[in-house]
Design a protein around this ligand. Structure first.
Ligand SMILES: [Zn+2]
Length: 191
């Protein structure tokens, strides 16, 4: 009987010990779990922050390249005026009659040929046309080359173009040709 009483006392004492130990373990575990959890979020925050900035810079870089796309110039549109009779002339009296006599000379000794439009004639640019059809300053295109209407002539009417050359021989060699003449869309003559 005494023995069992002692045992009971011993066990009850031991039970308190067990309970205290158990509480202590629980506390340690929860603290550890808490600290581990907070540690975990810290690590997560550290690793996710640079990741997001990386993504942002990547997006910025992408938008930058998309805005730098080169703009392409639209091709000019040409309108055909049909086939013209092309002749050539120079500033000499054979080509221009009395207008070709006593032309002034520039400092380089070149004959100054002033056109009816008030321009100094330049080979490769100056052409004479019927200014009722193509007014002075009109740009025309023959074989892809741009000329400007700067002159006119008594025999240059309708679908005729007289092309200016510096040299009489070059004008003679050109002879008479028939070619399609173009104009820029939007600057068509109103006939
Ligand atoms: Zn001539």
């Amino acid at each position: 009987m005494n023995y069992s009483k002692n045992m009971k006392r011993y066990f009850s004492k031991y039970r308190i010990h067990l309970a205290l130990v158990g509480i202590a373990i629980l506390l340690i575990v929860t603290i550890a779990a808490c600290s581990h959890h907070s540690e975990g979020t810290d690590v997560e925050a550290l690793t996710t922050t640079p990741k997001t900035t990386e993504v942002v810079t990547e997006i910025v870089a992408q938008t930058d390249t998309s805005t730098v796309t080169p703009t392409t110039k639209p091709e000019p549109e040409y309108v055909s005026l049909g086939e013209f009779k092309l002749t050539a002339y120079c500033g000499c009296s054979k080509c221009c009659g009395v207008w070709g006599e006593n032309r002034p000379v520039d400092s380089e000794g070149k004959t100054i040929v002033m056109t009816a439009g008030g321009y100094r004639a330049v080979e490769g640019i100056t052409v004479a046309a019927d200014t009722n059809v193509l007014p002075f300053g009109t740009k025309i295109y023959i074989d892809g080359h741009e000329y400007t209407v700067q002159d006119r002539g008594g025999a240059v009417n309708g679908n005729k173009i007289d092309i200016y050359f510096e040299n009489h021989q070059d004008a003679w060699n050109f002879g008479v040709q028939y070619k399609e003449v173009f104009i820029l869309k939007g600057s068509e003559p109103n006939d």
